[in-house]
Design a protein around this ligand. Sequence first.
Ligand code: NAD
Length: 455
Amino acid sequence: MSNAGQLILPRIAQERFDRLEACTASIGVIGLGYAGLPLSLLLAEAGFKVTGFDIDATKVDDLEAGRSYIVRIPATEIQSARRHGFVATTDFAHLSNQDAIIICVPTPLTENREPDLSYVENTAKSVALWIREGQLVVLESTTYPGTTEEVMIPILEAENLRGLKVQTDGVPAEHGVFYVAFSPEREDPGNVTVARCDIPKVVGGHEIIATELAAALYQGIFTKSVRVSSTRVAEMTKLLENIYRCVNIALVNELKLLSLRMGVDIWEVIDAAATKPFGFHPFYPGPGLGGHCIPIDPFYLSWKAREYDFNTRFIQLAGEVNEAMPAHVVQYVGMGLNQHKQAMNGARILMLGIAYKKDIDDLRESPALTVIEMLRAQGAEVLYNDPYFPTVGRGRHYNLNMTCTPLTNLEQYDCVLIMTDHSDYDYKKIVRQSRLVVDSRNATKGIDSAKIVRC
Ligand SMILES: NC(=O)c1ccc[n+]([C@@H]2O[C@H](COP(=O)([O-])OP(=O)(O)OC[C@H]3O[C@@H](n4cnc5c(N)ncnc54)[C@H](O)[C@@H]3O)[C@@H](O)[C@H]2O)c1
């Protein structure tokens, strides 16, 4: 056994370890969204027999027909994975045939901004129904330290009908156990500079055999595995990464607000600071946080910290600063209109880009949604253009029912508001054709025009 070193594995684990290491194992991936689908495709390309599970029958039907529902994943990649044996299903009975099961279901916040683990709990219940001796179950969903041990394992143990228990530290059991690990999903949607397989994979098992099985699974698709001592360390690693981003984005957002008052260009400052070859990593200001991770994950830790009578002040402060950014954008739209002797009430505003960041088709937690609501509340008529969204209906926290407006006759709008700096836009042309451009992303960098209000 190569990676497990001197560790002697029981037979039920050794057989799986060998199949995982040879990339011939059967892998079930539960949750075929932005995280689970690309992972399934990577595993299938590597030779694993991959079955994707989802409760959303439309997604399963699409994949079975070789169609993609994520813009950055071409249908040809789905079709290629299918040629390698990838299948998708809503029938969870097939879980019992898998050597390893990877869980990639959502971990959002409730209305009260507390962790909503219902997806993880429901998935654990489905897995418990079909779990078999020796199987490895890996949770990839981002969550607070302790979720794997305090939430997932108790469900897997209590609800399986075979009386199986998780392997715990001590003598490796020959029978009656399954293995559990946590390995955070680290994808950066839209990032084309780092190949997904080159992002090191952190793995932390409930005990050492699970860590080695998980490392064997991921070595087939990731260049490097980083073993940590427990599921809690792996869970906390992901949160540290996202809190680091959240806090640093808040810092530059706050410094942007000050720089605007001081007449200093914060983007020029950041570019200059980034020339320092050590001790500085650039983060950029924007109209507010978006996506499934950065606006949400830090609050998983804040919530858990309360159990320890601990107040996570950095997280709270960063949250306050970042959450105030949409209102700042709206204030600058008002100021821009005012310069043109116009009121917000009755203004026609075209918003460019509604995705939470450039070049992706993801609207979750997008600050554009908040800004649309705020502009409308002040009487503005808001239209949008976004090449990634022909229409916008309802989602978890919005109900817009809007259709993408063509990027023509820009002079008809009182204000063109750049919310997302998609690469496809011709910003020079946009400025030329518009009467007023409010730019929340520095997308018009280098364009010299009195029509632009940068915020
Ligand atoms: N999207 C990213 O780039 C990214 C990056 C890092 C971490 N993550 C983490 O990965 C996890 C998944 O995020 P996502 O963006 O893929 O979410 P998503 O909403 O795109 O996909 C989740 C999928 O799970 C399915 N699902 C929900 N409940 C289910 C159940 N009981 N059984 C089977 N399927 C079920 C949904 O139908 C959906 O297709 C989250 O914890 C997130 O924080 C995501």
